[in-house]
Design a binder for this molecule. Structure first.
Ligand SMILES: NC(=O)c1ccc[n+]([C@@H]2O[C@H](COP(=O)([O-])OP(=O)(O)OC[C@H]3O[C@@H](n4cnc5c(N)ncnc54)[C@H](OP(=O)(O)O)[C@@H]3O)[C@@H](O)[C@H]2O)c1
Length: 275
């Protein structure tokens, strides 16, 4: 868990809230607020995704505008920023607190904050660092990044802490999206590297399960080194350029021997410099 993250806590009072978006993530979020006793109004563009939540006590609104009207606190968890604009087009946001957990870019988040302010709403942006099974499961280590007015975050901290730990990263509304997408970018490259590793052994008759354990273990062992990438490496930490060059060359030769595309290596060669 991040060092200044707060663990999920039981709500002191049942804050009513509205959630727009009942995809995999929205549904996981909704279950936790209902389980914690918060009166929840939900809306989803396509009907039929709210049946289970209604059985658990959610009020189902027919339109996004009705859902927004139902609660002072409105959470969006939709596909992308454009879908948030589209879903809220006819809603009256005057006096609402809008918290957008949809993945967006930093510039989109800043523009959405200005857009919300023009419509009379206070706005926080959120970035979910978790997959749905990690929601409502504090031991899984997921958390949600937030940026925007600190006072607004503090006001809603208890209800926001129900689905996952929270991490407030600053007043600048694009900051949560920046951290979110930066961390997702690191994950994307890691996943691509792991798939490349599996491609290398594909036709070598290896035990894929055993090899998968080695991949995960090696990545976990090396992961702590990435925390220092933002600062200059100390002299003893630097791998010599000759070793980096020879190592990279071996990666390329092995890929060619195994008949695996070298595009990923071309993009990432030299990445071990500084470890
Ligand atoms: N799933 C994850 O592992 C994960 C992890 C971290 C963050 N997130 C973020 O959480 C957000 C939701 O993800 P998800 O997994 O719940 O996605 P999902 O299962 O694909 O659901 C997408 C949701 O967006 C709605 N939607 C799409 N276009 C819309 C539009 N134009 N107007 C209104 N509603 C629209 C969909 O409604 P319909 O049912 O009508 O299609 C659905 O409710 C995304 O921003 C995603 O990046 C997801």
């Amino acid at each position: 868990m991040p060092d200044n993250a707060s663990a999920p806590t039981a709500p002191t009072s049942p804050t009513p809230l509205t959630l727009l978006g009942l995809g995999a993530m929205g549904t996981a979020l909704a279950r936790t607020w209902l389980a914690a006793g918060h009166p929840l109004t939900v809306w989803n563009r396509s009907p039929g995704r709210s049946t289970e939540l209604a059985l658990r006590g959610a009020r189902v609104a027919d339109t996004a505008a009705d859902a927004v009207a139902a609660s002072p606190l409105v959470i969006t968890c939709l596909l992308d920023d454009a879908s948030v604009r589209e879903a809220l087009a006819d809603a009256d946001l005057t006096g609402k607190d809008l918290i957008d957990l949809t993945t967006s870019t930093p510039a989109e988040s800043r523009a959405r904050a200005a857009w919300a302010a023009e419509r009379g709403a206070r706005f926080l942006d959120g970035g979910i660092m978790a997959v749905p099974p990690m929601i409502g499961a504090p031991e899984a280590g997921g958390y949600i990044l937030y940026s925007g007015p600190r006072a607004l975050f503090d006001e809603h901290r208890d209800v926001l802490s129900v689905p996952a730990a929270t991490r407030y990263v600053g007043e600048e509304s694009g900051r949560a999206a920046l951290y979110d997408v930066a961390l997702l970018s690191a994950m994307t490259a890691m996943f691509a590297g792991a798939r490349h590793a599996f491609a290398l052994v594909e036709n070598a008759g290896v035990d894929r399960e055993e090899f998968g354990g080695l991949v995960a273990g090696w990545l976990a062992a090396m992961a702590p080194a990435t925390a220092g990438f933002g600062s200059a490496p100390s002299a003893e930490d630097v791998t010599s350029p000759a070793v980096v060059e020879a190592g990279d060359a071996a990666l390329f030769r092995t890929a060619r021997e195994q008949g695996v595309d070298t595009g990923l290596l071309t993009a990432s060669a030299g990445a071990v410099t500084g470890i």
